[in-house]
Design a protein around this ligand. Structure first.
Ligand code: SPV
Ligand code: MG
Length: 290
């Protein structure tokens, strides 16, 4: 079964794919351990991991390499955040080929212009491409995929750009007509109202994907009640959790003048050995080293 087929299977069986963000193979492994259905190979998280803003500074190669490593180590379907597709429809042809070869299950491409600006920033410069141009990019993605089960998610930033529900619906309909398998609609409103209104008004067949970072009242139960949601993405909680944990630990060590005060609150070395697969190394040593 291909990664895309696996994703579609989870969606068919559970009615919803729940993806958690990751920015490294280790964080992807922890996503799998926690029982999520899929990995969100987040551009925001990877940018943060490199210590740079999420404004198309991280290259396709950097994101692709990390995504490939997360596919390898997690065993879960990976949903790749390819931002704007790293250029125009011609770039998209190459990008889709590369990500499919890396083993991703789904690809999310957004209708902003390159270079993009992170969506949730207050007062961000949110420039969108024309609908026809983005339809061409969806068309290119469809033409480039070899596996018809590779899930193509078209993301509209109309609400993020402040263009309102009518424009968001118009774009979503146009992207479904161009062949997108799913529509991601993003919002930075502090409550779910804007998104819920969009979902209620959505008259297409394609399931909707949500990233409810700005409106955390949106639980899995509430998403299920909306019925039309196929993919729920927890957008940046791996990197934010690790920033919080590292800050707390580093400050404690500085304050205590040693590491004795943090031992109980951080992972043990044995825990990390387990994640690295040291048990297998032991077995392999016995078997192969002579
Ligand atoms: C990401 O995680 O990179 C996303 C979601 O695209 S957001 O940052 O909310 O735009
Ligand atoms: Mg992103």
């Amino acid at each position: 079964m291909t990664a895309g087929a696996k994703f579609r299977d989870v969606l068919a069986k559970r009615g919803l794919v729940e993806a958690m963000a990751a920015h490294s193979p280790l964080s992807a492994m922890l996503v799998a351990e926690a029982g999520f259905d899929a990995i969100w190979a987040s551009g925001f998280e990877l940018s943060a991991m490199y210590g740079v803003p999420d404004v198309s500074v991280v290259s396709m190669t950097q994101h692709l390499d990390m995504t490939r490593a997360m596919v390898d180590r997690s065993g879960l379907p990976v949903v790749a955040d390819i931002d704007t597709g790293f250029g125009n429809a011609i770039n998209v042809l190459y990008v889709i080929e590369q990500y499919e070869r890396a083993g991703v299950a789904a690809i999310v491409m957004e209708d902003k212009s390159f270079p993009k600006v992170t969506s949730l920033i207050a007062g961000g410069r949110q420039e969108m491409v024309r609908i026809e141009e983005f339809q061409g990019k969806i068309d290119a993605a469809r033409a480039a995929r070899k596996d018809k089960d590779l899930v193509l998610v078209a993301r509209t930033e109309a609400l993020i750009a402040g263009l309102g529900q009518d424009e968001a619906l118009k774009r979503a309909r146009a992207y479904e007509a161009a062949g997108a398998d799913m529509i991601l609609v993003h919002s930075k409103q502090k409550t779910p109202d804007e998104i819920e209104a969009f979902v209620k008004a959505w008259d297409g067949k394609a399931p909707i994907a949500l990233v409810p970072t700005a409106y955390p009242q949106m639980t899995v139960a509430r998403v299920r009640e909306l019925r039309k949601i196929g993919l729920l993405i927890w957008g940046n909680h791996a990197v934010r959790a690790s920033v919080g944990a590292m800050r707390k630990t580093f400050a404690q060590i500085r304050k205590d003048g040693g590491i004795h005060g943090v031992e109980a609150s951080i992972a043990t070395v044995e825990d990390v050995f387990d994640l690295q697969g040291m048990g297998k190394v032991r077995d392999d040593e016995k078997r192969f080293l002579r």
